[in-house]
Design a protein around this ligand. Structure first.
Ligand code: ASP
Length: 600
């Protein structure tokens, strides 16, 4: 629109000017024979005054219009009468006296409010997402997202990366999740997969001599949805040739810290601390530790080696450990709380129980106190620095379970006692993840990251003999207890890669069928390379202070994996199936366009 001025930018400096604004009717009221409308666009609101005496046609529209109609208005900027200014608005000193008005769009009664205060139920919000997007908060989030992505691109370009679009119809990628598949019409009975990541293609780009690749890449994984997971999500994906960890770290620290500053005005200092996986587990009971506060776990196994307390002793005798957490000022916690909520938190991570004692007036109280000898109590007091008014919590059992469950209790305690300082962004690298993990149910070995990750150079010998003890050259970025992404240095030697496939229980034929093209590529001069993928949605979520990624994605799915706005997914038409040579085994109940009542 020619000469259009944005609503939120009209200020006292414009007094006496004739301006044109356009936007949505945010609010309307009549007062003293005049009609006032707050007109809104994404920059803010400006107050319009309609006077029936001087502009009767415009006033007639003002009287007739409803909330969320779209108007174009010409008018004269003047100061608001003294006493009626609004100091909370940038436009609060002025108003536009309307001389001409045109209706550009009409609105029926709105199914939901579009101000932040009136935020509707999420299902309604997603059903009318195009209205929800009008809310200032969504506007702010999506604009911050845009700035963030632009800044990532700018810095990547400066650092010599080029953006390459890899295909989105590909064979399956081994990221460990379920694929979304796309049936092929030209090859009946054959399917494409949507990429879980551009992993293989970016490695092929390195073989192709592209040196520094990046992409703001859409990825798909068919997993259950959570606050920080969607079927489709966006990654800052990159790969670099001729590098070791340090160079990858430097690039990501630069990109992310600069983009956080530009997009969110959040200063992020670099370099980021590096914490090996085993240390993260030991100190924080998590591979994505929240390091904004201390209150670390203590392994107190040595204190209880000869204990007569059966629970601790039993765990130790079976090769496990006893972990302890000092909960400062925790004496105020009730038994009900500890044996209810707190125990539940520990159980979620596999702990059988949560032992605890309070320290009051120099003595320990609680059910387990009488089982601990005086020496054990004293050693504990000294090790954890326990004081009157504290509580101490314990988990005992398989070390990893004891650590992760007490790690979860640590986070729970942090929220309960306000240990987390506001407005802090603690980025760190967690390094040397195990290369393999064993499925607890089947014992089957799987990759923790993906099968192209290099083992730690000292651990090659263990690949065959003790695979779960092998450390890898992989690394995660963690911020405030949220995993923001992962990466690794890659294997480029076909023989070494074959050894890893073998450890994963992949037969040579299977490996050839799935990844033969990559193995072939590595026969023709592969440069050493490594890379990373960081979750854009999660980073924006953190940057704008939201607690789900749905708030920073324009059109997300609900937690039950549907889109109430378009009523999808939709049942498939028989003709569509026939075209790709498929037939349904049975018609499933849950079809139709109604995905009601499954919000989790
Ligand atoms: N493809 C990996 C992922 O999506 C990241 C990487 O190794 O670069 O997690």
């Amino acid at each position: 629109m020619k000469g259009r001025r944005m609503c939120g930018t009209v200020t006292a400096g414009d007094e006496g000017q004739r301006l044109t604004v356009a936007g949505w009717v945010n609010h309307r009221r009549d007062h003293g024979g005049l009609t006032f409308i707050d007109l809104r666009d994404h920059t803010g609101v400006v107050q319009l005054v309609f006077n029936p005496a001087t502009s009767p046609a415009a006033h007639e529209i003002a009287e007739r219009c409803r909330l969320e109609w779209v108007l174009k208005v010409d008018g004269l900027v003047g100061r608001r009468p003294p006493g009626s200014e609004n100091p909370n608005l940038p436009t609060g000193e002025v108003e536009l006296t309307v001389e001409g008005c045109e209706v550009l769009g009409q609105a029926e009664a709105m199914p939901m409010g579009v101000s932040d205060e009136l935020a509707a139920d999420e299902r309604v919000r997603l059903q009318y997402r195009y209205l929800d997007l009008r809310r200032p908060r969504m506007q702010r989030n999506l604009r911050a997202r845009h700035r963030f992505i632009k800044s990532l691109r700018d810095v990547a370009d400066e650092l010599g990366f080029i953006e390459i679009e890899t295909p989105t119809m590909i064979p399956s990628t081994p990221e460990g999740a379920r694929d979304f598949i796309v049936p092929s019409r030209m090859w009946p009975g054959h399917v494409w997969a949507l990429p879980q990541s551009p992993q293989i293609y970016k490695q092929l780009c390195m073989v192709g001599g592209l040196d520094r690749y990046f992409q703001i890449a859409r990825c798909w994984r068919d997993e259950d949805l959570r606050a920080d997971r969607q079927f489709e999500f966006t990654q800052l994906d990159l790969e670099m040739s001729f590098v070791e960890e340090d160079e990858v770290f430097l690039v990501l620290e630069e990109m992310i810290s600069r983009a956080f500053a530009t997009a969110f005005d959040i200063p992020v200092s670099t370099p980021w601390p590096r914490l090996p996986f085993s240390e993260a587990m030991r100190r924080f009971g998590s591979d994505k530790p929240d390091t904004r506060f201390g209150h670390e776990l203590e392994d107190v196994s040595d204190i209880f080696r000869a204990s007569s307390f059966r629970v601790f002793r039993g765990a130790l005798d079976q090769g496990g450990s006893v972990q302890a957490l000092r909960v400062q000022a925790g004496a105020e916690l009730t038994r009900g709380e500890l044996e209810g909520e707190w125990l539940q938190v520990a159980r979620t991570y596999g702990a059988v129980g949560l032992a605890y004692m309070w320290r009051r007036s120099g003595v320990y109280e609680g059910a387990i106190a009488k089982f601990l000898s005086e020496e054990e109590q004293e050693a504990l007091t000294a090790r954890l620095g326990l004081q009157d008014g504290d509580c101490v919590c314990f988990t005992a059992g398989r070390t990893q379970v004891a650590q992760t469950s007490l790690g979860a209790v640590r986070l729970h305690a942090a929220r309960r006692f306000g240990w987390i300082p506001p407005k802090r962004f603690d980025f760190l690298w967690v390094t040397e993840f195990p290369l393999f993990e064993a499925d607890p149910a089947t014992g089957r070995i799987g990759s923790v990251h993906h099968p192209f990750t290099q083992p730690h150079p000292d651990d090659w010998d263990l690949v065959r003999t003790e695979p779960t003890a092998v450390r890898s050259r992989s690394y995660d970025i963690v911020c405030n207890g949220v995993e923001l992404g992962s990466g690794s240095l890659r294997i480029t030697n076909p023989a070494q890669q074959a050894l890893i496939f073998e450890a994963l229980g992949l037969s040579a034929e299977e490996a050839q069928r799935k990844f033969g093209f990559l193995m072939s590529a590595f026969r023709y001069g592969p440069p050493p390379h490594g890379g990373f993928a960081a979750g854009v949605d999660r980073m924006v979520m953190l940057g704008v202070g939201e607690s789900t990624i749905r708030e920073v994605i324009a059109f997300p799915k609900t937690q039950s994996g549907a889109d109430p706005m378009t009523g999808s997914p939709t049942p498939v038409a028989p003709e569509q199936l026939a075209e790709v040579g498929l037939r349904l085994a049975k018609v499933l109940e849950r079809g139709g366009t109604d995905h009601d009542g499954r919000e989790g």
